[in-house]
Design a protein around this ligand. Structure first.
Ligand SMILES: Nc1ncnc2c1ncn2[C@@H]1O[C@H](COP(=O)(O)OP(=O)(O)O)[C@@H](O)[C@H]1O
Ligand SMILES: C[C@@](O)(CCOP(=O)(O)O)CC(=O)O
Ligand SMILES: [Mg+2]
Length: 387
């Protein structure tokens, strides 16, 4: 029997970076997923390795189980119902296991994802041979939360076969997790995000776990119900960047200018709160929908200005802002910034011809555009084969 879990990426509508410093942010899941399949060898197979296959990246890694045991012997018997942080000597041992795989220099950014995999697998499943396959529809390192999606999908897959979860393994198709199960796998995913982000807020793994739209502050979530169908154009500038470095940069700026940055974070907090109120308020007619969209656009513009204050915008992001402004459309970066993806609000009454023109102009700049479905389900699991 094998198990597959899929976890969605996300967009942050407001509050990225400031949320790491304890303020409110609003995020929604998108219908692009990372999927993980776990298969244990059958009793007739003589396989004593742990294999990781990054299918769409075209890389395969393999560790003899004996080598993992030697490096992480202290994890023997760890309780998978108690999420544990990969700190100190464990981080060093995991790095050594990853270095032994000689990841090509051009793909070295994957090392932190591979480390998160090794940590979550060993803590949850122990020293069992298995093959784990990863596929992802999300661009990596672009602000759409691929790091959280992989951590959520890994945790879900590994926990699905553990004693901590009682799932209906005979269920056909995608299965939702129960509340307690979501809480546990989200905590493990957060431990994985720590390995990739350094100091994550937890918003990305939480929205990937629960789906829909959430308001998030200091580790706790409020589920939101949008009263308007928000439509966003997502433009990927294709400028690579790394969330860990950008988050660290904002923290360093905060140390240099604590009072100014506290004011910036407080302003972002107010913007996110306003945004969540507006999005959830009933909009009985076309006029109120248009008014709402105007307010959402204005808040996005204000948030973008504050992200510039934090030092996480980029020339490519500014090009998207200028291009969309020509069509009177508002945009803001989403995720960590420094390149990556930009959101543009597409009002309900905007004609398809204008949308096509904006996309065409953005694409001539070398950017990639997509309109993703917003606010779908969170993590799900599916079993196949005989038990
Ligand atoms: N499918 C994947 N396979 C391996 N590693 C992944 C995958 N998805 C994400 N990662 C890890 O997450 C990192 C990107 O995370 P991050 O910089 O936070 O950007 P984002 O979360 O916006 O995509 C990658 O460099 C890699 O280490
Ligand atoms: C910048 C931040 O707010 C969001 C990062 O999102 P992403 O990894 O760029 O998709 C960091 C965090 O909240 O952990
Ligand atoms: Mg990330």
């Amino acid at each position: 029997m094998e198990v597959t879990a899929r976890a969605p990426g996300k967009i942050i509508l407001s509050g990225e970076h400031a949320v790491v410093h304890g303020t409110t942010a609003v995020a929604a899941s998108i219908n692009l997923y990372t999927s993980i399949t776990l298969r244990f060898p059958s009793p007739s197979e003589t396989n004593d390795t742990l294999k990781l296959h990054l299918k769409d990246i075209g890389l395969e890694f393999s560790w003899p189980i004996g080598r993992i045991k030697e490096a992480l012997s202290e994890l023997d018997g760890i309780d998978c119902s108690t999420p544990t942080t990969c700190s100190g000597k464990f981080a060093e041992s995991i790095s050594a296991l990853v270095e032994e795989q000689n990841i090509p220099e051009a793909k070295i950014a994957l090392a932190s994802g591979v480390s998160a995999f090794l940590w979550l697998y060993t803590c949850i499943q122990g020293f069992k041979p298995a093959t784990v396959t990863v596929t992802s529809e999300l661009p990596l390192g672009s602000g759409l939360g691929s790091s959280a999606a992989i951590c959520v999908a890994l945790s879900a897959t590994f926990l699905a076969f553990s004693k901590s979860m009682s799932l209906d393994k005979g269920h056909q198709g995608w299965l939702d997790f129960g509340e307690n199960e979501l809480e546990l796998l989200n905590k493990w995913a957060f431990e994985g995000e720590k390995i990739i982000h350094g100091k994550p807020s937890g918003i990305d793994n939480t929205v990937s776990t629960y789906g829909n739209m959430i308001k998030f502050k200091s580790g706790s979530l409020t589920r939101m119900k949008s009263a308007v169908p928000l439509r966003m154009l997502i433009t990927n500038t294709k400028v690579g960047r790394n969330t860990k470095a950008l988050v660290a940069g904002v923290s360093e700026r905060t140390l240099r200018h604590p009072d100014a940055m506290t004011s910036v974070f407080n302003a972002v907090d107010s913007i996110s709160k306003d945004l969540s109120t507006i999005i959830q308020a009933p909009a009985p007619d076309e006029i109120s929908v248009t008014e709402k969209e105007e307010k959402v656009g204005e808040l996005m513009e204000m948030n973008q200005g504050l992200l510039q204050c934090m030092g996480v915008s980029h020339a490519s992001i500014e090009t998207v802002l200028r291009t969309t402004l020509k069509f009177k459309l508002t945009s803001k970066l989403t995720g960590a910034g420094g390149g990556g993806c930009v959101l543009t609000l597409l009002p309900t009454l905007l004609s398809g011809t204008v949308v096509d023109k904006v996309i065409a102009e953005l694409e001539t700049c070398g950017f990639q555009c997509l309109i993703a479905g917003i606010g779908g389900k969170g993590v799900q699991v599916s079993f196949s084969g005989s038990p």
